[in-house]
Design a protein around this ligand. Structure first.
Ligand SMILES: C[S@@+](CC[C@H](N)C(=O)[O-])C[C@H]1O[C@@H](n2cnc3c(N)ncnc32)[C@H](O)[C@@H]1O
Length: 274
């Protein structure tokens, strides 16, 4: 979700007319490395010390949820986009049956979900997805839904990036070349970014192209989508959590547990239920 390197704007004669979530989900998996190393260690340690089942909100195609299930945790992945869920379920079908049996998937909006009779020792939102709730009312509503599903000693963990100056400036043609090829072709991800200070919203219009980067032939557009992030400073996130009755028991600036400072790459909040 962060700007990448390079500047080259591609035009396509052949844009898909609507968001194709099946393709977007597959491109997302090319773009985002598996959850491993310090990131996986962080979630594994929390899941192991929280007791009981785990709920991941905005679980996408299962990048984190599946990695945790492989480590032995029972994980429910809640996700709104059917294309992402389809991809998650397809990935599950290729897992060893004992791992797949620890996973279940729910199609729902994280701002207003109800899983009757279910409570979790750990509920978390990884990798900036909380910002996808693009206004404060939606974010507060999500925190209330989480509180209804936390076991009495359960923990809620929120993992976002702290916004920096780049996130408050418009920029067009932000170009990244994905590390892995798509059906033998290079994939370029091109993003136009606009920031609306009144709403504290960053709007990203993303297009993916399959092309040879040095060729003049028209690139073919694979997919496009738009997402809005409603950004807040770490102090504002803490204030929102406390306003909704959470007690913040720890904050971290990295997945290794370093303190949260002005230059931290992550802003991670560990909170108890109201
Ligand atoms: C950046 S992906 C993150 C997926 C996964 N958590 C990960 O770390 O790879 C964000 C996901 O949030 C989902 N999403 C966005 N708004 C949502 C909402 N209101 N409720 C549930 N899921 C949502 C999107 O469909 C997308 O799959």
């Amino acid at each position: 979700m962060r700007p990448g390197a390079g500047r080259r704007v591609y035009q396509s004669s052949d844009p898909p007319s609507q968001e194709d979530w099946g393709t977007i989900a597959r491109l997302y998996d090319l773009e985002h490395p598996a959850c491993r190393g310090a990131e996986l260690g962080f979630w594994h340690q929390l899941a192991g010390t929280s007791g009981g089942a785990v709920l991941e909100l905005a679980a996408g195609s299962g990048r984190v949820a599946i990695a945790l299930a492989r480590k032995g945790h029972r994980v429910t992945g809640l996700e709104r986009a059917p294309g992402m869920l389809e991809r998650a379920r397809a990935r599950c079908a290729r897992l060893p049956p004992s791992v797949a049996a620890r996973l279940d998937w729910v199609e729902a909006d994280m701002a207003a979900f109800d899983l009757p009779g279910r409570q979790f020792g750990l509920v978390f939102i990884a990798y900036n997805s909380f910002w996808l709730l693009d206004n404060e009312a939606g974010q507060a509503s999500c925190l209330r839904a989480v509180a209804r599903h936390l076991a009495p000693e359960g923990r809620f963990v929120l993992d976002v990036f702290p916004p920096n100056d780049d996130d408050r400036q418009n920029e067009t043609g932000i170009t990244q070349r994905l590390a892995l090829p798509w059906q033998g072709q290079t994939v370029l991800r091109i993003k136009d970014y606009t920031y609306d200070p009144a709403r504290r919203q960053g709007v990203s219009e993303v297009r993916y192209y399959a092309a040879e980067p040095l060729s003049d032939a028209p690139a073919s557009r694979l997919a496009q989508f738009t997402y809005r992030l409603r950004l807040a400073e770490p102090d504002q996130v803490r204030a929102l959590l406390e306003r909704e009755g959470y007690a913040v028991e720890a904050t971290y600036g990295t997945y290794r547990g370093d303190p949260l400072t002005r230059t931290s790459p992550r802003a991670i909040f560990v909170a108890r239920r109201p």
